[in-house]
Design a protein around this ligand. Structure first.
Ligand SMILES: [Zn+2]
Length: 55
């Protein structure tokens, strides 16, 4: 599978992962650094939306 990436809407950092689930996990961890709390499920939805809006 190709590497996936999303850009953090807060700081503009790029987050990378091989799988959508991993990316969602990374995004959730990263968002916590900005005091953005979200569930794993919410993180998955957001990552999915960001991936779809890119292509
Ligand atoms: Zn960030």
């Amino acid at each position: 599978m190709a590497e996936l990436s999303v850009t953090c809407p807060v700081c503009g950092n790029d987050l990378h992962a091989d799988h959508e689930d991993d990316l969602a996990h990374n995004f959730r961890d990263h968002a916590a650094e900005h005091d953005m709390e979200m569930t794993e499920e919410e993180a998955k939805k957001k990552v999915k939306m960001m991936l779809e809006s890119k292509s």
